[in-house]
Design a protein around this ligand. Structure first.
Ligand code: NAD
Length: 459
């Protein structure tokens, strides 16, 4: 296994060194081929995600394939402007000179993907990696094996193995991959594994993106449009069965509207998934028995305001609202990553502050309020990856916004143009004129002291 991985990486490195991936029309053509292969296999991708955790076709189209086709269209359209050398205004201190930035690929990159958006999170970074001129190895999650197989088939159909390839397997394979030397590592997954990846990368000073998770708060004050807020929260929380890194993890609601909010949430859950979500073709399952066991333990001994129906044979957990769990409970210790929604009331802004800051910095934060001043204050007050006022998750849909965490929720951000930049080293180059050589900076310095402040202004 280890020697196969080594051989594959060596083959990619030698392919990269031949310069083939640096040719921009070649990159554009291969992105076009990737797009057409994904379009042709879209139905198979939907079937694979359904087989993996009963993800509905609509959600797969929305959050996996159509999203990726959009990113590909963008990359194909913009690759020439992305890759163009950028002229920068020269500084007077270097007179005469010109300056530019050359975007250079890193080389051979490793992309490790999680299972929750298994197609999107493997292919989205790949688009940037290829557009930027790298070769890549993708390690999809072993928990969604049907999707991993489709990814592997698509990649094999489009790329030679020494350009892009897929290595399937569990954490042992991941560990073996991480022991090798890479030029960039792009990891999406849990903060716990993120730390392992960061340590492995540090051995070779390999740059990384770590797209991780966290406990995302969702604050609702007494001025919020409650029915609409409930609808938007139910969508963002129970999409993908609650297995979304930016899903609201817990609700902090003004205590005097808590009961009303719970009633609206119940109504919206029923409106979306019927009285029995198990029969809804739109409601996914928990990805495997381990995660099912972990989640079902979290609701033991809790006050269940709604839902709480589970079926181990089908890895089914219904959309569940939990009333006032203790902050010391297991439910409130770590990221939930499932369809359980704790609802905690607050009586003052100080309480909001003390709860949110008792956790690591989250990946996202949501606030529902009609008080502009309050929502703006909340948005500025806390540190988090990205957030939304009066909705959940939708910041993800704007490709012009950087997507990524801060602190324990991640390092680095991507999406749209930024994904290209993530996989490119921006090289600074100055060309000096030779027809003039101003002697100010050269020793002996003694007579030049009066110029030092002026020189600084010319940078
Ligand atoms: P995970 O960290 O368990 O696994 C992610 C990948 O790492 C998988 O490919 C897995 O095989 C590999 N892996 C697992 N253990 C490893 C080890 N010890 N050494 C090396 N590699 C190992 O995460 P997951 O369960 O697949 O996904 C859920 C987590 O991912 C959640 O925390 C979620 O918030 C986060 N997530 C973040 C984003 C984001 O964009 N920020 C997106 C999706 C998921």
């Amino acid at each position: 296994m280890k020697s196969d991985i080594k051989k594959l990486i060596d083959a990619q490195k030698s392919f990269y060194n031949k310069g083939f991936t640096k040719d921009v029309p070649t990159r554009k053509n291969i992105l076009k081929r990737l797009k057409s292969e994904i379009k042709n296999r879209e139905k198979d991708i939907c079937d694979a995600l359904y087989a993996d955790f009963k993800k509905s076709e609509f959600e797969t189209l929305l959050s996996e394939t159509q999203y990726i086709l959009g990113e590909l269209n963008d990359a194909i359209k913009k690759i020439h402007s992305w890759t163009r050398e950028k002229t920068i205004s020269a500084s007077l201190i270097n007179f005469p000179s010109s300056a530019k930035i050359i975007k250079e690929p890193y080389g051979t990159v490793l992309i490790i993907a999680p299972w929750n958006y298994p197609f999107q999170l493997a292919i989205s970074p790949l688009i940037g990696a290829i557009a930027a001129g790298n070769t890549a190895i993708i390690k999809p999650s072993e928990l969604t094996p049907n999707t991993a197989t489709i990814i592997s088939e698509i990649i094999k159909a489009v790329f030679p193995e020494n350009y892009v390839s897929v290595v399937q397997g569990d954490k042992d394979i991941s560990t073996a991959l991480l022991q090798e030397r890479w030029d960039y590592i792009f990891f999406t997954g849990s903060p716990q594994v993120g730390k392992i990846v960061y340590q492995a990368a540090a051995k070779h000073l390999t740059p990384v993106s770590l797209e991780l998770g966290g406990k995302n708060p969702c604050i609702i004050d007494e001025t919020a449009k409650l029915k609409q807020a409930a609808k938007r929260i139910v969508w963002g929380k129970f999409l993908n069965g609650g297995q979304t890194c930016i899903a609201p993890d817990y609700i902090l609601v003004a205590s005097n509207i808590k009961d009303k909010l719970i009633q609206h949430l119940k109504n919206e859950i029923i409106a979306a998934y019927s009285e029995n979500p198990k029969n809804s073709s739109d409601y996914p399952r928990i990805v495997n028995k381990n995660n099912f066991d972990r989640l079902s333990k979290l609701i033991n001994n809790e006050d269940i305001a709604f839902g709480g129906v589970i079926d181990k044979t089908d890895c089914y957990i219904s959309p569940t609202l939990i009333n006032e769990p203790s902050l010391e409970s297991d439910l409130m210790k770590e990221e939930i990553f499932g369809p359980l929604l704790p609802i905690i009331s607050y009586n003052s802004e100080e309480e909001i502050q003390s709860i949110i800051t008792s956790y690591e910095k989250p990946l996202s934060l949501y606030v529902f309020s009609n008080r502009r001043q309050f929502s703006n204050k909340i948005m500025k007050q806390f540190s988090y990856g990205g957030g939304v006022i009066n909705d959940t998750i939708v910041h993800f849909l704007n490709k012009r916004l950087p997507f990524g965490g801060v602190g324990h929720s991640g390092i680095g951000a991507y999406h749209g143009d930024l994904t290209f930049d993530v996989f490119s080293h921006h090289k600074s180059v100055v060309r000096r004129g030779t027809w003039l050589d101003i002697p100010l900076r050269y020793a002996p310095y003694s007579k030049k002291m009066k110029w030092i402040k002026i020189l600084e202004k010319l940078r």
